[in-house]
Design a protein around this ligand. Structure first.
Ligand SMILES: [Fe+2]
Length: 371
């Protein structure tokens, strides 16, 4: 069935689209007019500001010509055509919008995507790894340097598959190994509870890389938990707890090395449509909670429920990162930790990337818009 105009008022147009009828406001269509005076033909960016339109924008005529919608607006007389596919993709009437990209997983379902370093320039291998980072929140790159005096591809080169390293006060590359006076418990052999890194930073690092150079003989098992999966489970099992965690921001703080880093983040961050955007969970850097007295005990109840969920065995994907392998993961989604004491010889390097280098590198590049 093709595109049809089924009702027309000066302020609202109703169309029959493939997914059913959809209404469009005159002001919305005018704001998104596709004519050459409204959009740049090269970069498709809008050429006018909303304040330049008349107070009352109306539709003076609308018809389908050659499968495309042709609309004339008043009072400025602009004529614009809209492709059926574009209208389908941007309809806002009668469709629930979710996040189609991330697919929550349980440990038993996860089969991490592996990218061989030697195939990094193969477009299909590379885009499969990027798609896995968006879908599962992680991928593994293998065939890299290993040992205490490594030769071969470094973590910086792995980061470069997607984009430049985001440097922090820990340096461009940080070193996860036992230190004499560690500024962070990560830099000791201790077991580490599952967590997201650096929730005390604003913005929080989006993508993290961990490259294993020397593995532990005993212990040092990596534990990964899909925070989105845990958040969705909490939403279905205890809606009140989910609302409590998504409705409050809590303080995170890290001090050391001449820095005092602070941020406030929701343990579960959702957008205005309820889609989970990020999880921030770190028992080491969570600062004293500061919500109102009347909310404190309820918040702790919700926080403990979520923590218990994160530690359910079916949530925990356990594996040992081998020398020469680099785990790449969404730091605002996939929690990581290590089970058991690792031996002091274990040596990993880590770094961060901004998430745009991964999440922005797929999709339709012609749909670019203004920052
Ligand atoms: Fe960490």
């Amino acid at each position: 069935m093709g595109l049809h105009v089924t009702a027309l008022r000066p302020d609202v147009l109703t169309l029959d689209l493939a997914d059913g009828p959809a209404r469009f406001h005159a002001i919305w269509l005018r704001d998104n007019a596709r004519d050459d005076a409204s959009r740049d033909v090269v970069n498709d960016q809008r050429l006018f500001d909303i304040s330049e339109l008349a107070d009352e924008v109306v539709i003076t005529s609308a018809e389908v010509v050659d499968g495309r919608l042709c609309v004339e607006f008043g009072p400025d007389g602009v004529v614009s055509t809209f492709e059926a596919e574009w209208l389908e993709a941007h309809r806002y009437d009668g469709l629930e919008r979710g996040s189609p990209e991330a697919v929550p997983w349980l440990a038993a379902d996860l089969d991490p995507c592996r990218l061989a370093w030697s195939r990094r320039d193969d477009p299909s291998a590379r885009s499969a790894a990027t798609a896995a980072l968006v879908r599962d929140g992680l991928a593994i790159v293998h065939g890299l340097a290993s040992g205490h005096e490594p030769t071969g591809p470094s973590i910086a080169e792995v980061a470069g598959i997607w984009g430049p390293i985001r440097e922090t006060n820990y340096g461009e590359v940080f070193h996860v190994r036992a230190e004499a006076e560690p500024v962070n418990l990560a830099f000791t052999p201790r077991a580490l509870n599952v967590h997201t890194d650096n929730p005390y930073r604003r913005p929080v690092p989006g993508i993290q890389l961990l490259h294993c150079l020397v593995a532990s003989q005993a212990g040092g098992v990596t534990v990964l938990v899909d925070g989105f999966s845990a958040a969705e489970t909490l939403r279905s099992e205890d809606r009140g707890a989910f609302d409590m965690l998504s409705g409050h921001r809590v303080p995170f703080r890290w001090r050391g090395d001449g820095f005092d880093l602070r941020n406030r983040a929701a343990v579960i961050e959702v957008d205005d449509r309820g889609v989970v955007l990020a999880v921030s969970y770190n028992n080491r850097s969570a600062a004293p909670f500061d919500m109102a007295y009347a909310e404190m005990s309820g918040f702790y109840e919700a926080y403990r429920s979520f923590a218990n969920l994160l530690h359910r065995p079916e949530m925990e994907y356990r594996f040992t990162l081998s020398p020469g392998e680099c785990l790449v993961f969404d730091n605002q989604r996939v929690l990581h930790g290590r089970a058991g004491e690792s031996d002091p010889d274990r040596y990993l390097q880590g770094c961060y990337l901004d998430r745009d280098w991964v999440h922005g590198s797929i999709g339709n590049p012609t749909e670019g818009s203004t920052p």
